[in-house]
Design a binder for this molecule. Structure first.
Ligand code: 0X9
Ligand code: CA
Ligand code: ZN
Length: 429
């Protein structure tokens, strides 16, 4: 090969590499900043259309890109850079779990916890790898039941956590419920009776790549880490399920750059495929998928603003869960059909679970109710109470699954202090 053709090849490679989007474009140009909340500042921030995150202690937090930063400095708007120690945890127990995510669970911490549960309760807890993420992490399921190594003729319920990377509390709730169930089997007659008659499956992290990215690189990340053909990253796993996939461009986006990008086809992503194959291999009576925020229990349909034919059953289940939650800590969740109550989505987990698999399925949007109370950023002190109230709902749902499977009748009165709702506010995802 001549020297000139070698130079030509090297130059082409260099040009190609430079044309690729640098990771910095994807994240490094984002910072979290805060502003003192004054009426004037609120007006200014509205004018600048910043991506507002939350309010805390009289300050407003926002995600800003390089261009925003430039405008802020040009207009002499005072702000503080918060990125290194964001989110502003209460900071009381930062050392318990260690790491930059404070008391929230990382992928490695969940993995260690699952293995620890299996080791401590070998007849009760079993870890199963249900598939690999794009970057090769394991998607774990934990089975909890008596005779855990046998597939018994018992009711089955599944709890899914963390389709969305930045929704950290949606990891904590299922993994902490898992520990509670395993560790109380011997001492709590109710839990013993429940695990003797059911097989409870917990998948705490559906999106491990995204979660790690949100912890270590960019806190506000939502999707998985698919490298899309346009150079952007990520598919929204909660738009990638096959039922009514891509029904319209409001409930999901065909644009890879969008936060609600649905992917190149139904189940194009290994993470949603893992859930699909896992669910298909079982006979679940109910499914819960944890998300945040909004403090509401949602159920199909999500893709249209219409109720499902089984609406009465879904409302019965949701309102009873809301009732149990309220009894636990006094916090009242709303509930209602997803599309009508919040906004429409297509290709989400619960529409698929019910629409394709016939499983009553719920999205629990954990607290807080809105951005002004923290948005995606839960206070560490809230992890335990949120887990408690969701444990109460989960126990009730498992018992319902057991009873309805054994008796095949659904009756009973709706006990609830919650309200079936239609949210008027348009919220960010
Ligand atoms: O948009 C979502 O996937 C869920 N909200 S989140 O903020 N956690 O991303 C809501 C899914 C529930 N389905 C509908 N609202 N249709
Ligand atoms: Ca069993
Ligand atoms: Zn979510």
């Amino acid at each position: 090969m001549s020297t000139s053709s070698v130079i030509w090849i090297l130059t082409s490679i260099l040009v190609f590499l430079l044309a690729l989007p640098s990771p910095a474009q994807d994240l490094g140009d984002h910072d979290v900043v805060s502003f003192a909340k004054t009426p004037e500042m609120v007006r200014t921030l509205q004018r600048l259309q910043l991506d507002l995150l939350m309010e805390k202690d009289g300050r407003i937090y926002a995600v800003v890109g390089g261009r925003d930063l430039l405008r802020l400095s040009q207009e002499l708007i005072p702000f503080a850079i918060e990125t290194p120690d964001f989110p502003p945890y209460s900071g009381k127990h930062m050392a318990v779990q260690g790491g930059i995510n404070g008391e929230f669970y990382s992928y490695k911490e969940v993995e260690a916890e699952l293995l620890a549960l299996e080791q401590a309760y070998p007849t009760l807890a079993r870890v199963v790898d249900i598939g690999d993420s794009l970057e090769g992490r394991n998607i774990y399921a934990l089975k909890l039941s008596d005779n855990v190594h046998m597939d018994e003729d018992e009711a089955e319920v599944v709890f899914l956590g963390c389709h969305h990377a930045r929704e950290w509390i949606a990891v904590d709730v299922p993994i902490r419920i898992a520990r509670h169930l395993a560790s109380h089997y011997a001492s709590d007659a109710r839990i013993q009776a429940l695990l003797d008659r059911s097989e409870v499956w917990i998948v705490p992290i559906v999106n491990p790549d995204g979660l790690e990215y949100s912890i270590y690189v960019y806190r506000y990340w939502r999707k998985n880490r698919r490298f899309n053909t346009d150079g952007s990253y990520g598919v929204d796993l909660n738009r990638n399920y096959s039922f009514q996939w891509g029904y319209d461009n409001t409930g999901s986006s065909p644009n890879p750059d969008s936060a609600i990008y649905r992917g190149t086809g139904p189940f194009s992503e290994p993470e949603s495929r893992a859930v699909r194959d896992f669910v298909a291999a079982h006979n679940f009576q109910a499914l819960i998928s944890y998300h945040n925020y909004s403090q509401i229990i949602l159920y199909p349909w999500g893709y249209i603003k219409e109720v499902h034919p089984e609406d009465e059953l879904l409302e019965y289940l949701a309102s009873n869960m809301v009732g149990r939650m309220a009894q636990s800590n006094g916090r009242v969740y709303d509930y209602g059909p997803a599309g009508d109550s919040l906004y429409t989505t297509n290709g989400d987990t619960t529409d698929w679970a019910l629409g394709a698999e016939g499983i009553p399925a719920f999205t629990i949007e954990l607290p807080p109710p809105d951005q002004a109370h923290g948005g995606f950023f839960n206070d560490e002190d809230d992890i335990v109470p949120i887990t408690q109230e969701n444990l109460a709902a989960a126990l009730w749902l498992i018992e319902w699954a057991i009873d309805s499977r054994e008796s095949r009748v659904v009756n009973g009165t709706v006990e609830s202090t919650g309200r079936r709702t239609r949210r008027q506010d348009v919220r960010r995802r």
